[in-house]
Design a protein around this ligand. Structure first.
Ligand code: ATP
Ligand code: MG
Length: 722
């Protein structure tokens, strides 16, 4: 249009520019990692504002996390020169849902000050309902039903949508009735659950076309990031807002990457990408193919890996970033997870000496229990770290509970520990009992555990509570006696078993329970390197004391799931072993689809890296307290030899004083990637006669072993779906 192009458009490539400037009509940007999808969205918003097409309050923009929403706001402010007064409708589906619901609560029978129940509240409520129905809540656990309701809501199904008497459903076909009862109860309580934050607005819009029209008028532009991970309810919500009657502007822009769909287990529907083109006919589909984030090696490795998935839309990805200094993706092997943490710690320190910031490094794990080893190691090294997207290992609920038991054994005066676990798991020692104990202890100036031992000799408590308390006290006495002479890891396991704490999580049907059990096992494992229970407790208090200051230069530790959309110069990907990654659970539960989702997760992991990507596997992991020799992940076999090299194991690997190492598993002539019939990692594994350390030795004298193969595609360009 002749005028000077705004600065923010200057650096964009033609496809990006098209995606930014096509402001009218539906647009779908379908593109691989690091191609600038999020940047396009941000620039698009800046462009809308800058050209005066809409006020900030007329833009509806959905991000996957609150953190992403904050970052997007900051970036928009930079692009338009700081003049954005708030964007009230920029946030996650949930945060926008709350806002809508507060405005129109009365239309679904709530008042605007409704409360949002957390998972615990929901389960408690459902349990009451199950009991009120005369059902056995042991046979039909509340947690399980809470999970079912969540699944239904992710699919946009209300109680009326559940088939009557569906025998497969909960409690011999009474699921539908219970679901009705649950919603009624929420309504009486003026409360809603997380799923309702979408379900209610959907219902409101459906029943009130005029109101919906008002919102159509308000939201002149709608944008969605990470579109591949929307679930059905989110899609329904979005379609209501975005789909307009003929002749009205339909300015909706979704950006996503089918290869990064990693929330299928939470109901995400990658098919929403295909639906979009159907529901918004004439949608302009824009593909971005140039990756601005990663080196050709990183990109080549990721693209080759993901090409093993069948259910793909197929994309091209290339980068112009070729620098002779670029390093290949490095695969490292360690003896066990402790060695792995040590080796990664050394790698980080080395980078640090080379003036690299810790802020530019991240460790991305498949399962949260893996974090513990790194946290411990980094505390020892004095390396700053922060855990993103969740609590630090020792701050997790189940770890704090377990630790409270251990503390109380070692330090019987620890009243905080006492209060934490006296009724966890539930033993019928509710608030009244605890208050009585509290008063009793105060009056006599003794610890609560001692007060409990006294009070059971009196008749101050009701017989039931007294009996329950008597049983716990007996257990505590027994454990205390064992403290001196039983190995502390054994004792710890015994405590968690006998107290019923482990069983509590085993009986828990929620999605988090298996992870919590894994964490508890990891906790026991972490005790092994200490001489005694007391030594261990001391160590943990030091770790807990370590500062996590936002402004500190620190390594990020997080799960692969929460790394979505982020980028770092250096990325460490530990634990690439069969069973852990791909995770056994997802293979068991979802078979081929589960495997493909795991592979997408690996793709997400690798593509977070800008310059350096280190993948690790260990040959032994302690699982259930037993050493198990592990198989390298099949994903390693799926990496292309052109972009990957096997790092020779560090000298420190021999730190156990193992002499006489056997042959290296990484024999020079051994191809490890391009053949499924003879995957080198596996073959090397098969050569291993037993799980003794010697077979996993290193060959010293080589810094890095390079495996050279012919190029398999045009340089700097990897074409998927070959
Ligand atoms: P993901 O799929 O991982 O979410 P993405 O497609 O959203 O990735 P962005 O995060 O938007 O990609 O961009 C990746 C990196 O490339 C960012 O650092 C971004 O600033 C940079 N980038 C994007 N487009 C350009 C461009 N035209 N010129 C220079 N850098 C760019
Ligand atoms: Mg992005």
């Amino acid at each position: 249009d002749g005028g000077k192009r705004p600065d923010y458009l200057a650096g964009l490539n033609p496809e990006q520019t098209e995606a930014v400037e096509t402001l009218e009509g539906p647009v779908l940007v379908l593109a691989g990692a690091g191609t600038g999808k999020t940047r396009v969205l941000t620039t698009r918003i800046a462009h809308i504002l800058n050209t005066g097409r809409a006020f900030p309050s007329q833009i509806l923009a959905v991000t996957f996390t609150n953190k992403a929403a904050r970052e997007m706001k900051e970036r928009i402010a930079l692009l338009v020169g700081g003049a954005v007064e708030g964007m009230p409708w920029l946030g996650t589906f949930h945060s926008i849902g709350v806002k809508l619901l507060r405005r129109h609560a009365e239309l679904v029978g709530l008042s605007s000050d409704f409360t949002i129940l957390d998972t615990d509240d929901v389960v408690r409520l459902i349990k009451q309902l199950i009991q009120a129905e005369g059902l056995d809540d042991k046979r039909w656990p509340a947690k399980q039903f809470a999970g079912m309701i969540d699944t239904w809501k992710n699919k946009g199904l209300g109680p009326a949508d559940i088939p009557e008497g569906d025998a497969r459903a909960f409690a011999n076909g009474r699921g539908r009735d219970l679901y009705f009862a649950y919603q009624a109860r929420l309504s009486t309580l003026n409360a809603c659950d997380f799923g309702d934050l979408l379900m209610h607005p959907i219902a409101i819009f459906r029943k009130n076309p005029d109101l919906l029209k008002e919102y159509h008028g308000r939201f002149r532009y709608i944008l969605v990031d990470e579109y591949q991970d929307t679930n059905t309810a989110q899609y329904m919500w979005l379609r209501l807002l975005a789909q307009r009657s003929k002749g009205e502007p339909q300015n909706v822009c979704c950006v996503g990457d089918d290869d990064q769909s990693i929330y299928g287990w939470r109901g995400a529907e990658v098919d929403n990408i295909l639906r979009f083109e159907k529901d918004f006919p004439g949608a302009k589909v824009i593909k971005l193919e140039r990756n601005y984030r990663s080196t050709e090696h990183i990109l080549g490795a990721a693209a080759h890996l993901i090409a093993h998935n069948e259910g793909r839309l197929g994309k091209t990805l290339f980068t112009d970033r070729t620098d002779p200094d670029d390093v290949k993706v490095q695969v490292h092997a360690s003896w066990d997870s402790e060695e792995e943490a040590r080796a990664i710690g050394e790698e980080i320190e080395q980078l640090q000496r080379g003036k690299h910031l810790l802020n530019d490094m991240a460790i991305l794990v498949r399962a949260s229990f893996q974090m513990r080893e790194f946290e411990d190691r980094f505390v020892t090294l004095g390396l700053n770290y922060r855990v993103i997207g969740g609590p630090r290992f020792y701050e997790r609920l189940e770890i704090r509970d377990a630790m409270a038991y251990f503390r109380l054994i070692a330090q019987p005066a620890d009243d905080l520990a006492f209060e934490r676990i006296i009724n966890t798991p539930k033993r019928g020692l509710g608030d009244t009992t605890v208050r009585a104990l509290h008063d009793y202890a105060r009056a006599r100036d003794i610890p609560m555990l001692a007060a409990a031992a006294d009070i059971i000799e009196t008749d101050e408590l009701k017989p039931k509570a007294r009996k329950a308390l008597f049983d716990v006290i007996q257990s505590f006495r027994r454990w205390q006696e064992l403290l001196e002479n039983t190995p502390h890891t054994e004792l710890a396991e015994q405590i968690l078993e006998e107290s019923g704490y482990t069983d509590m999580w085993k009986n828990d049907k929620s999605a988090e329970a298996p992870g919590r059990l894994e964490n508890l096992k990891e906790l026991i494992r972490s005790m092994e390197s200490f001489e005694s229970m007391r030594g261990f407790l001391e160590h943990v208090s030091l770790v807990m004391d370590a500062e996590t200051n936002e402004n500190l230069d620190a390594v990020s530790i997080m799960t692969l799931h929460s790394a979505k959309g982020l980028e770092f110069d250096t990325v460490f990907l530990p634990g690439w072993e069969e069973g852990l990654f791909p995770h056994q659970r997802s293979l068991d539960e979802s078979g081929r689809a589960g495997l493909e989702e795991e592979r997408r997760l690996a793709y997400v992991g690798i593509t977070r890296a800008k310059r350096r990507c280190h993948i690790w596997f260990v040959s032994n992991r302690r699982i259930h307290g037993l050493w198990q020799s592990t198989l390298p992940s099949r994903f390693l076999d799926e990496l292309p030899e052109t972009h990957v090299e096997v790092a020779e194991m560090e000298q420190s690997y021999g730190g156990y004083g193992r002499g006489g190492y056997g042959q290296s598993r990484f024999d020079k002539a051994e191809p490890f990637a391009n053949s499924y019939s003879t995957p080198g990692w596996k073959r090397a594994q098969a050569n291993k006669t037993d799980a003794t350390r010697d077979n996993w030795g290193t060959r010293s004298g080589h810094a890095v072993e390079r495996i050279g193969y012919g190029e398999s595609g045009p340089k700097g360009r990897t074409i998927d779906g070959e």
